[in-house]
Design a protein around this ligand. Structure first.
Ligand SMILES: [Zn+2]
Length: 152
């Protein structure tokens, strides 16, 4: 019994394992992905990592990510790796990549922005802020750091 319980946490037959998530971002990423299936999701927070100190990890059974999903993950966990699991084995593994633009995910922090007043889908282009990621709102042109923006 104990072994079976362990197995269900450590291995999945089919689905996706998102690993190397910056510690503290795991729950946010689960919310961002808006996983709507009734399939099991395992969330590991504050796991020990030799590379990162502490990391978060998410396992989603029977779910495979789209390019838009991995772009969202990259915003908050740029070092995350995605493992595609089939028949308990890693079929492929890749790193998330920052997109050029993010639409309909984040709310503009500028309270005077038109997207806060009218029902307009938000859109940000990603720019480099001296080594950090900045997001420029396409409507009000204000540049925000990702941590200043809240999810829609
Ligand atoms: Zn704006």
């Amino acid at each position: 019994m104990k072994e079976t319980a362990m197995l269900s946490v450590t291995a999945i037959r089919m689905g996706t394992v998102i690993d190397h998530i910056e510690n503290g971002q795991g729950m946010r990423i689960v919310r961002l992905l808006k996983i709507q299936s009734s399939d099991p999701v395992t969330i590991g927070l504050n796991l020990k990592s030799s590379l990162m100190g502490l990391k978060d990890l998410i396992k989603v059974e029977n779910v495979f990510l789209t390019k838009a999903d991995t772009a969202k993950i990259a915003l908050f966990a740029p070092n995350a790796t995605v493992n595609v699991i089939k028949d308990f084995a890693i079929e492929s593994k890749y790193r998330v990549e920052l997109p050029d633009q993010v639409d309909g995910v984040l709310c503009c922090a500028n309270t005077l922005c038109i997207t806060r007043i009218e029902k307009i889908r938000t859109s940000f282009s990603l720019i480099d802020l001296r080594g950090r990621t900045g997001l420029r709102c396409r409507f009000c042109e204000k540049v925000h750091r990702q941590e200043e923006l809240i999810d829609l």
